[in-house]
Design a protein around this ligand. Structure first.
Ligand code: SF4
Length: 225
């Protein structure tokens, strides 16, 4: 059977800027392709899998562009091991990385000693049973792509990181939590949309009132990716 080839959009060492692991050094691995279509998405270049943007080698894809290179799990793990040996973690993000079967990738990264974190919209299941070390679900509720939040994915989340623009977004999260089972230990972060001041004030008030956590996209304040 042919090995899965993952469309890699970008791969670079950084400091996690969002959620519970803010400040932790990680190698960010961004996979191409997303059909969720969030209006506020700040990585729109990762949406399309048009073959016109497929390139080789991987170095031709790197950077914030729609280009991607298709690599096996072994090739990706080899690239990270050779070029980015410092961080203990690999952060798999997108696009929507869970649209792919992430089990082979997890096997290869784990074999090289990395811990694996995932950021997913909650609308795809490719990470289930991959034994990832940290799963952050940023639930994209009622987005134009029409993708539903998967109950099993939400139940497996270590962290729920919710993007907030208005009080309606808090209400939508409350309804999601009321309608689904989540881990007792799940950590909930509110993240103001696009550094918006009103949204930041709303998130701040809400996390203090509820004992949740604020996620402020540290990388944007630092001017890094
Ligand atoms: S799920 Fe993520 S990558 Fe996809 S549209 Fe939404 S914010 Fe963008």
């Amino acid at each position: 059977m042919k090995p899965i080839r993952y469309p890699v959009n970008d791969c670079y060492p950084c400091v996690q800027g969002e959620g519970m692991q803010t400040g932790v050094a990680m190698v960010l691995l961004r996979l191409q392709g997303c059909e969720v279509k969030c209006p506020y998405c700040d990585t729109r270049e990762t949406w399309s899998l048009d073959t016109v943007h497929q390139v080789a080698p991987l170095t031709a894809a790197l950077g914030a562009t729609p280009r991607y290179a298709c690599l096996t799990a072994e090739q990706i793990a080899g690239h990270i091991t050779a070029r980015h040996r410092g961080p203990a973690w690999v952060l798999v993000t997108g696009g929507e990385p869970a649209r792919y079967d992430l089990r082979p990738l997890a096997v290869q990264l784990r074999a090289r000693g990395f811990k694996i974190a995932l950021e997913t919209s909650g609308t795809a299941t490719g990470h289930l049973h991959a034994g990832l070390d940290w799963v952050c679900v940023s639930p994209k509720i009622d987005m134009p792509g029409g993708k539903a939040i998967n109950a099993e994915v939400l139940a497996g989340a270590d962290e729920i990181k919710h993007v907030v623009a208005t009080p309606r977004d808090i209400e939508a999260l409350d309804k999601l939590l009321a309608d689904h089972t989540v881990k007792k230990t799940v950590q909930i972060c509110l993240q103001p949309v696009s550094l918006n001041d009103a949204a930041t004030a709303l998130c701040l008030q809400t996390v203090i009132r509820r004992g949740w956590r604020l996620s402020v996209q540290l990388h944007k304040y630092l001017g890094s990716r």
